[in-house]
Design a binder for this molecule. Sequence first.
Ligand code: C2E
Ligand code: CA
Ligand code: CA
Length: 384
Amino acid sequence: MGHLTGDKVLTEIAARLKSEIRSEDTLARLGGDEFTIIMQDINHGEEASFLAEKITKVASQPVDIDEQSLYVTTSIGISLYPDDGDNSEDLLMYADNAMYKAKEEGRNNYQFYSSEMTTLALSKVIMESSMRNALEKEEFRIYYQPQINGLTNQVIGMEALVRWEHPTIGLISPDKFIPLAEETGLIVEIDKWVMKTAMKQVSQWYEQGLYPGILALNLTMKLLERKDFSDIIKSLLEETQINTKWLEFEVTESQIMKNPENAISKLLEIGKMDINIAIDDFGTGYSSLSHLKQLPIDKLKLDRSFISDIPDDEDDMSITIAIISLAKNLNINVLAEGVETQEQKDFLIENGCIDIQGYLYSKPIPTDEMQKYLLRQNNTSSYV
Ligand code: C2E
Ligand code: CA
Ligand code: CA
């Protein structure tokens, strides 16, 4: 709508922000569409969240310019002195990080910076460029986590989970870089690399006479949505010579439900290639039963959040039982993830969920350890 309208929106929003802050606070516009507020002498972080809520509310009112009503959204990041940092540079950087998290959560919300949110004291820009380099420099690694039949304790498959071995920071978990990779689109390249590397590896294990079972790969909807998605997969299948029967693509329920119609058609394409499909993090994404019935799925992966509170949370236990019976009724497999204790495993088996993935059996492990795991397994089965 042009610079002039943009300026008018900024002026109006600035006026609204100013009306919400106290006289001792500082309001600044550091650039573009980013404002910064310094709140002096607060006693609790909550005071910052009260202000954040007020700002979200006033900013969401329409901005009327030249007889048009314009709508803006806000994403707010909050850092606290001295918990998060003791100098202005760090505090600004952390607030910026938290704001980025807020954007990711779907805007119109606020997030605090907390130490676990990002251990990377890297700005988004630095992180993005070093992630691009990481592909070239081969800094990504694949860890494998076994999936086990809880009755026989045999490996039925494994999930490939990416990590970033950063030369100075060390091993970085996917939660820390995948959101940014999704935003920048780099996830497509990362996922392609993960698929190719893991497929080659699993093919090789089969050739060596080991039994790795099914290879489960996490795929972002971003990749599925690409027009050349089928071609990408077909050329990977050719290059790695993996049998599609050994492959399973995991897509999260929440990503599917963002655009179910589109997801259904994409998943049907995968189904046609004879590749298994699992819905990841099931139970958290509010699927409708009618959509579920249309999806060509082979497996539901029960989300860890339900498993972790067994046996203390009655609700989670009821939901777990309900999802298991839902899967049975739809005639699809169910696997529980994040199983850490014998008690959780016993509960799941008692209720009909046999396939288990979690720290109880193994954490995700690097390739060489996975190979040893499979060798051990081969040896024990020959005794059985
Ligand atoms: P996810 O697909 O739900 O993967 C399971 C996560 O749970 C993994 O975290 C795994 O290490 C963790 N986990 C497994 N068992 C247990 C347990 O018993 N207890 C606890 N506390 N955790 C357990 P990780 O490896 O950090 O991966 C996080 C997420 O990053 C994954 O969640 C997945 O959504 C995403 N991701 C990982 N690799 C890739 C990839 O190659 N491509 C894409 N697009 N996403 C990936
Ligand atoms: Ca997964
Ligand atoms: Ca999962």
